[in-house]
Design a protein around this ligand. Structure first.
Ligand SMILES: [Fe+2]
Ligand SMILES: [Fe+2]
Length: 255
């Protein structure tokens, strides 16, 4: 059985242009994946209209859609909501489950929430995994032991060397160790708006960062998304650019 998953990240409805939205929709309809995975930042400012637009777009596909929140999906300036009910706007449109799961044959995709309300440093966009989150992840991994596990989260769990000036997610090393021990296949994430695939010889689980699918803040990289193919041979990831690539920042990689 071959499973084809479309991994999108950083849609940023609220700043995404209509042309880019139409282009992404057409590309996904052409690709006809078995499921769509979205690794956060569905919106620009966690506003209701932005969530409604994202939900309208994602609801247009006739396949399962799994989404986890990103740092842009909690209020930025409404500190009352940010600290007391940070995911209230998200849950209004995406239901109560912020760590959803998807089972496709022997493959299980686990959504992992890495969004943080605040940090001791200035980069409040950075992610983190508290001990409570790590314990919950360990329990879920135990539940699915023996299955082929893919983790979907917003923040990279391995911080790329080129991500200078960005704070890595705290607790990420412990999460990677849990995933390695559980034999997880891959980590799918975003946040950095630039694609990244693991170097040859990178340890398991391999991490694939998708480019921003729709944000105009592409940091030198074109918009795009990752097509993840899983079959008996393993897992392959190929970046699908929505415009000709400016730089070859993410060569196809396999695991
Ligand atoms: Fe983003
Ligand atoms: Fe982000």
């Amino acid at each position: 059985m071959t499973l084809r998953l479309a991994h999108l990240s950083d849609l940023h409805f609220g700043e995404a242009g209509a042309e880019a939205i139409a282009s992404l929709g057409a590309a996904l309809r052409d690709a006809a994946p078995d499921a769509v995975l979205v690794s956060g930042d569905l919106t620009r400012r966690a506003r209701s209209a932005e969530f409604a637009a994202a939900a309208g777009f994602l609801g247009g596909f006739d396949v399962p859609v799994l989404a986890v929140p990103g740092n842009h999906d909690i209020p930025r300036t409404d500190l009352w909501t940010r600290f007391l009910r940070p995911l209230a706007p998200w849950q209004k449109f995406h239901g109560l489950d912020r760590e959803p799961e998807l089972e496709c044959g022997d493959v299980v995709v686990l959504g992992l929430d890495t969004v943080q309300r605040a940090h001791w440093h200035m980069d409040w966009s950075a992610g983190g995994l508290s001990q409570r989150r790590l314990d919950r992840l360990a329990a879920r991994l135990a539940t699915y032991r023996g299955r082929r596990i893919i983790v979907l989260c917003h923040h990279p769990l391995r911080h790329p060397a080129w991500a200078i000036g960005r704070e890595p997610a705290f607790g990420a090393g412990a999460a990677v160790a849990l995933l390695r021990d559980a034999g997880a296949l891959a980590i799918l994430c975003g946040h950095l708006h630039r694609a990244d695939a693991p170097d040859e010889g990178a340890g398991a689980p391999l991490q694939f960062i998708a480019p921003s699918a729709l944000s105009p803040r592409t940091k030198g990289s074109p918009n795009g998304w990752n097509l993840v193919t899983i079959d008996a041979a393993g897992l392959r990831v190929e970046t699908q650019w929505l415009h000709p690539p400016v730089t070859a920042s993410a060569p196809p990689a396999s695991a």
